[in-house]
Design a protein around this ligand. Structure first.
Ligand code: ATP
Ligand code: MG
Length: 362
């Protein structure tokens, strides 16, 4: 069986370091491993519209931002297909058929959807489109017969839902048209859901607590210097707490042992640094400066590559157009398999037409 990846992001803003550690970094590694037959990276504009339908301009403006972020982290159009969801209408058609296989109660149980509904303040007025987006995600994944979906932890329920749809479909229509995907979460627990710079549970475009991949050096530094730490750690001599301390969470996510040799040689590793902080006598500024050095080193090559691509925006749109065409062909083939399995092939089935005619000729 072919090894195929599908994953993507909503164009609701520029991509941030949460996306980077949660998914982008892994994608680039997988892409460059040469182990995959096909890789599809989708800009999920149709999904973004489910909760931004009143602001299509926002979605439209952010497509190029996400594309630039993709290219700047090292996603390579020669190896990966970078496409736009709405340019593949077959996905919408698949979603419509999959909706029959999912109950309202099942969608209501989806914990990510639940918390997003709350976060977005929909109250009792949840758009049906938003409510159904896990089903549309199943369409995105299965249209490309993806075997692996590298994403952050919030996507676990979506993958579960997709697997259920695949199993139901193949059972009900007695076929093997759809392929069950596996999820791939980051190995490092913290990278599965990186908190925002405000210490809130998740860095998210919609919450404005992000360090963006495209932020310039000064902005990144300011965001790090203003990061939420331990509010009880007032004097340097005070013992500090690690729990909920965003700077340490980020060090868990970003720092490597080499970074200590390079930027903070008085400590051997993160454990030593943590030990000193909890004991007292270590100031926040020093740790923030350390984190800043690490993050700037990681982000600098990304920023540099972005600058290159920014010089020819039309060429980036050309990549998206060509890749969307390619994606459409692949999704069309799956849609045909699905419709064949559901016997939606009325005109292609001469036997059906003959039999119906015979019935009426008595
Ligand atoms: P929105 O607020 O519009 O939903 P978002 O910041 O949550 O935006 P998405 O486009 O929904 O971003 O998510 C894209 C991918 O990035 C998903 O795989 C998701 O799991 C991952 N991801 C998003 N935020 C984080 C985070 N803070 N930590 C780790 N992974 C993340
Ligand atoms: Mg999201």
């Amino acid at each position: 069986m072919k090894k195929i990846i599908l994953t993507g992001d909503r164009p609701t803003g520029k991509l941030h370091v949460g996306h980077y550690v949660g998914s982008l970094k892994r994608r680039v590694e997988l892409q460059n491993s040469g182990e995959f037959d096909e890789i599809y990276i989708m800009i999920a504009d149709a999904q973004a519209l489910t909760d931004n339908f009143d602001n299509p301009e926002k979605v439209r403006q952010n497509i190029i931002e996400v594309a630039l972020d993709y290219l700047s982290v090292g996603l390579d159009p020669a190896k990966s297909t970078l496409f736009i969801q709405s340019m593949v209408p077959q996905l919408t058609e698949l979603s419509f058929y999959y909706m029959n296989l999912v109950t309202v109660a099942r969608v209501q149980r989806n914990p990510t959807v639940k918390s997003e509904i709350q976060m977005r303040g929909f109250g009792g007025s949840i758009p049906v489109g938003f409510f159904c987006y896990p089903i549309s995600q199943a369409a995105d994944i299965t249209a490309f017969k993806a075997t692996l979906v590298p994403v952050g932890e919030d996507q676990l329920p979506m993958l579960e839902q997709t697997k259920e749809i695949v199993r139901s479909f193949n059972r009900i229509y007695n076929c093997e048209a759809l392929v069950e995907p596996d999820i791939m979460l980051p190995d490092n627990d913290i990278c599965r859901r990186l908190p925002g710079t405000d210490g809130k549970a998740k860095m998210s475009k919609s919450l404005g607590n992000c360090i963006y991949l495209s932020d310039d050096e000064k902005t990144v530094q300011q965001k790090i210097m203003n990061m939420y730490t331990d509010p009880t750690h007032i004097k340097v001599s005070d013992p500090g707490h690690l729990e909920g301390n965003t700077v340490f969470t980020y060090l868990d996510a970003f720092s490597k042992e080499e970074d200590f040799v390079k930027y903070l040689p008085e400590y051997k590793n993160l454990d030593e640094l943590k030990e000193h902080y909890t004991r007292g006598g270590l100031g926040d500024v020093k740790i923030k400066r350390f984190l800043n050095s690490i993050m700037q080193a990681e982000l600098e090559p990304i920023r540099a590559r972005r600058k290159e691509y920014e010089k020819d925006i039309a060429a980036v749109y050309d990549i998206l157009r060509a890749d969307s065409d390619r994606a459409r062909q692949v999704a069309e083939a799956t849609l045909q398999d699905v419709k064949d399995a559901m016997k939606i092939n009325y005109f292609a089935d001469e036997e059906l037409i003959r039999a119906q005619a015979a019935k009426y000729q008595g």
